[in-house]
Design a binder for this molecule. Structure first.
Ligand code: GDP
Ligand code: MG
Length: 348
């Protein structure tokens, strides 16, 4: 059968998963790949029971049309005293930061360029945003990138909070924006709908505290939880090569607790965590769920959106990496229902 497919093999040669599958099919057999392995490796997170879980901070992405005020909003939050008990604000510009509000509650903001990051991460299968703030300048219309941002959030099933920005401007007309949104079937609270919204001025800080309260309210409804007591896993936000420090990667912990000394596998890269820093450049020894950290010690720069996971040691990380790759290949073949022998022949 292999020869007829143009695959020249010997009797004791291991076949590629897709070849195996089709050859077996040819003889009326079904191959069972090891689901047990797959579950063990990939579905560890599902093993958490309710009592393992603790509340975690919401992870928020800010999206919107260019010049509508995304950077101003993030900068305001980063620099001002909405952050309790912290002086000086955040100076480091890293892809994510966690702020503590007056009431002690925390919010993590993803400070990556708008929906590019959102789509790049989603394309890689990483869904990390809990809530999307859609910034719309109240002195402008609902623009193409606004629509795009809204449809990304909707497609991902991420609840939105509409921030009607620049209301300090005399030309601001928030009702015009509400009107246009209603034309897209998005009815904000003030108009009797269920989409939260808030008029703000990101530049002057007006009602920014109210906006953040709405974020927390939304978060409460989502009942966000994770297990902090396990090996960490999460997503790479950004990574680069730093002249003095080697490869630095900003990671967002999604579950478990990441610690200095942990062995991390992130995308194709791995290494022992030599040091961890927060958004203020301070050293941390550990970081729990929803906390972003910059880590030092990887052997390269993984790609934004890559998943990371902590393993007991280097050899386990490497074994798992290979196994995972193999299983994913087999799985993707299994879901490719329309592959035929003929197509396989063509590919070979
Ligand atoms: P981005 O492209 O969405 O990141 O928008 P920016 O935050 O860079 O803002 C674009 C311009 O609008 C800048 O000149 C800001 O100073 C200005 N801007 C942003 N927010 C406000 C606001 O609330 N009021 C006023 N008057 N200007 C704002
Ligand atoms: Mg900007």
């Amino acid at each position: 059968a292999c020869f007829s497919l143009g695959v020249m093999v010997t009797m004791n040669q291991r076949l590629e998963a897709d070849t195996l599958l089709l050859v077996a099919d040819e003889f009326g057999y079904k191959i069972e790949f090891s689901d047990a392995d797959l579950e063990e490796i990939e579905a560890e997170e599902d093993m958490d029971t309710e009592e393992d879980l603790s509340p975690r901070a919401p992870i928020v992405t800010v999206m919107g049309h260019v010049d509508h005020g995304k950077t101003s909003l993030l900068d305001y939050i980063r620099k001002t005293n909405v952050i309790a008990g912290e002086s000086g604000g955040i100076t480091q510009h890293i892809g994510a930061y966690n702020v503590k509000l007056e009431n002690g509650q925390r919010i993590t903001f993803l400070d990556t360029p708008g929906h590019e990051a959102f789509t790049a991460m989603r394309a890689r299968g990483a869904q990390i945003t809990d809530i999307a703030i859609i910034v719309i300048a109240a002195d402008d219309d609902v623009m193409p990138q606004t629509r795009e941002a809204i449809s990304h959030a909707q497609a991902a099933g991420v609840p939105m909070i509409i921030a009607l920005n620049k209301v300090d401007r005399p030309s601001a007309n928030p009702d015009n924006v509400r009107q246009q949104l209603s034309g897209m079937n998005i009815l904000v609270e003030e108009w009797g709908g269920n989409v939260q919204s808030q008029e703000i001025s990101a530049k002057f800080g007006n009602n920014m505290d109210v906006l953040l309260e709405k974020v927390l309210l939304q978060a409460e409804m989502l009942d966000l939880k994770a297990n902090p007591d396990r090996n960490a896993q999460g997503v790479v936000i950004e990574a680069s090569l730093d002249k003095g420090r080697g490869y630095v990667a900003t990671m967002l912990v999604q579950s478990g607790t990441l610690k200095v000394g942990d062995y991390v596998l992130a995308g194709k890269n791995h290494g022992k965590v030599k040091a961890m820093l927060d958004e203020r450049g301070r050293n941390l020894t550990e970081a729990g769920p929803s906390i972003p950290v910059t880590i030092l010690g990887l052997d390269g720069a993984p790609t934004a959106g890559d998943k990371f996971k902590v393993y007991e040691d280097e050899s386990e990380a490497k074994t798992i990496a290979n196994k995972r790759e193999q299983l994913q290949r087999e799985l993707s073949i299994r879901t490719k229902k329309h592959t035929t022998l003929e197509e396989l022949g063509r590919r070979i």
